[in-house]
Design a protein around this ligand. Sequence first.
Ligand SMILES: C[S@@+](CC[C@H](N)C(=O)[O-])C[C@H]1O[C@@H](n2cnc3c(N)ncnc32)[C@H](O)[C@@H]1O
Length: 431
Amino acid sequence: MAAEETRLSEAFPMKAGAGPNSYAKNSTYQRGVADAAKELLTKAIAENLDTEILLSSNTFHIADLGCSVGPNTFYAVKNILESVQSKYQSKGPNSQIPEFQVFFNDHTTNDFNILFKSLPHNRHYHAAGVPGSFYGRIFPNASVHIVHSSYTNHWLSRVPKDVTDSNSPAWNKGRIHYLKSTDEVVRAYEDQFARDMECFLHVRSQEIVNGGLMVLTIPGRPDGTPHSHAAANVTYQLLGTCLIEMAKKIWKNRNFYKSIQSLGKYCIPNFFLIISNTNDQKDKIKPSKRNWRIYVAWFVACRRYFFLNAATCSLNMQGIVSEDKVDAFNIPIYYMSPKELEAAVEQNGCFSVEGMEILPYVSTLHSVAKTAPLIALHVRAATEGLFKLHFGDAILDELFDLYCKNLVAQHCIFKSTEVFNFFAVLKRKAN
Ligand SMILES: C[S@@+](CC[C@H](N)C(=O)[O-])C[C@H]1O[C@@H](n2cnc3c(N)ncnc32)[C@H](O)[C@@H]1O
């Protein structure tokens, strides 16, 4: 099963721990979305959960897929649990409330330690961790009553293969995401999404009991709008331009450094010649015009060299960010529209769509210029692992500082975009 999981999906967990850059500290936006979905979640359970399910088992199984490290998962689980309890209570004062078992799922590399350490003390459920990609089987047949997942389905199982293949027409040169890319790149992402969603629905259809529910909160884009309409896509486009900017700067500095090295080799003897000329035989020998020019060039070059940012120099030396490396890097995220999800559900055939609602607006990107540091921290907490894996961690501070600066400077690019989240309620049809 573990090998199967690795094959099925690459893992890019959120920033672990509880430090200032951690997901636990930088997921208030996702919490806001969960708040916006709370009422719909309660309604979905009240209206759609089959009463036969309630009677069929003494233990009610809830799964939160892509739970990350909290605290949002605990909030969502509490809301689900209370909604199911009130559904039981609505059946009459004598109805027996079952025990609850909650499965917290995420990639094996998720920080489950911190998740378990922060489990609420006053919880009314048994908790268990279920490691593994949700693009594969993670539960036994017909064993889960409610599957919940929030802010996870935009993560693809992998970067589409062709976008990193320099021989493919879908090679995504000079970009890290599909926005403003060629049609082939966009199609490669769309195809990967379609394959992943097909897989996701297929495995869930095996795991969820007949009449069971799947409630999903998804960041996406409105039906019938281009990808450029989704603000989230624009954030990744901007992040890509920051990487390119860094690669160009580093490349320039590297060439400059090389020229200083060769200039140094040639100039240092001349420099000492000049010094000795001017000190010892000041009156007799004046440095030639040529030597003076070289001296000045050497001096200016050394000054520039020593004042170059030390971090940039070390990146420069190690070649951490190069344009080639940027070309080989892409973000495995896709923002679907409600219609795309509906089409996938229809094709799968095992679920009925009981509800599809647009969530109220949660403001963060409202004033990009003002909230840039917050946005940068949120994006960093969610994607830092990806960048670290490909470029190493030496670039992270510089990258996200530049990102924050560019968010302010280029906030206009968000003008005609929309922050769009929707809520979907799917019900497992009877076999
Ligand atoms: C943005 S976080 C959302 C976390 C939490 N649900 C919330 O609302 O705050 C996305 C989570 O989905 C997880 N994830 C992404 N793809 C996954 C997969 N294929 N299988 C399991 N977890 C996945 C990530 O590891 C990450 O923890």
